[in-house]
Design a protein around this ligand. Structure first.
Ligand SMILES: Cc1cc2nc3c(=O)[nH]c(=O)nc-3n(C[C@H](O)[C@H](O)[C@H](O)COP(=O)(O)O)c2cc1C
Length: 198
């Protein structure tokens, strides 16, 4: 069974509605480590050695964060900058992350409809996430499409409940390694048949 590391980054968790529900649902699943970066490093001083050990002992890495200005909150970026060192994560000797699975789990205020060339955000979520995709590629990881909860401002409790259950299902599928064959063909991992909202 694969081990899943959820690198969670939310600058204002006390006021969170959506991420709080998602994280509470998955935090006690077996073989899942939820690592809350803002709780661990409020001063932004990341313990790089510890983070590398965590990465070494997990097979699936999830960058879980709300979408802030079309990207991740700053501590998530700091984590990427500090932890993914040359000749460890990438470069001629950098093979530590090779063949691990990696994806973003994001929540967005904007709805799916506004993330396209004709919508007011002009670009797709996949386009905004390109730096994450290429970071994973450079590190030899297998980058999967994002899990996305979109339109959070108008999201009903019922729909949020569905997303929560699907996030739990996704984690179970990632743990048992059954996802990889079809998933790369979908824009969002949510659209994988076994995760479609009933
Ligand atoms: C500083 C800031 C920047 C944001 N930028 C975006 C954005 O670029 N795109 C978007 O769709 N939503 C954006 N939002 C909305 C958040 O993504 C949304 O409120 C969040 O995902 C809801 O999750 P939560 O209830 O766990 O906080 C932004 C919110 C804040 C506070």
């Amino acid at each position: 069974m694969k081990k899943v590391l959820v690198l969670f980054s939310h600058p204002n968790y006390e006021k969170s509605r959506v991420n709080k529900v998602l994280i509470n649902h998955i935090k006690d699943i077996e073989n899942v480590t939820v690592h809350d970066l803002y709780e661990e490093y409020p001063d932004f001083h990341i313990d790089v050695k510890f983070e590398k050990e965590l990465l070494n002992t997990h097979d699936v890495i999830i960058w879980h964060h709300p979408f802030y200005w079309y990207s991740c909150p700053p501590l998530m970026k700091q984590w990427i900058d500090m932890v993914l060192e040359f000749n460890w994560a990438y470069g001629p000797e950098g093979k530590a992350l090779h063949n691990k699975i990696c994806l973003n789990a994001i929540t967005t205020g904007g709805s799916k409809e506004v993330y396209c060339s004709a919508g007011y955000n002009s670009f797709t979520v996949a386009q905004f996430l390109r730096p994450f995709e290429q970071t994973a590629n450079l590190c030899g990881m297998n980058y999967l499409p994002p899990f996305a909860v979109m339109g959070t401002h108008k999201l009903s409790d019922e729909k949020l409940e569905n997303y929560k259950l699907n996030y739990g299902k996704l984690i179970d599928l990632l743990k048992s390694d059954v996802l990889l064959n079809n998933v790369e063909k979908t824009s969002f991992i949510n659209d994988y048949p076994q995760l479609k909202n009933e």
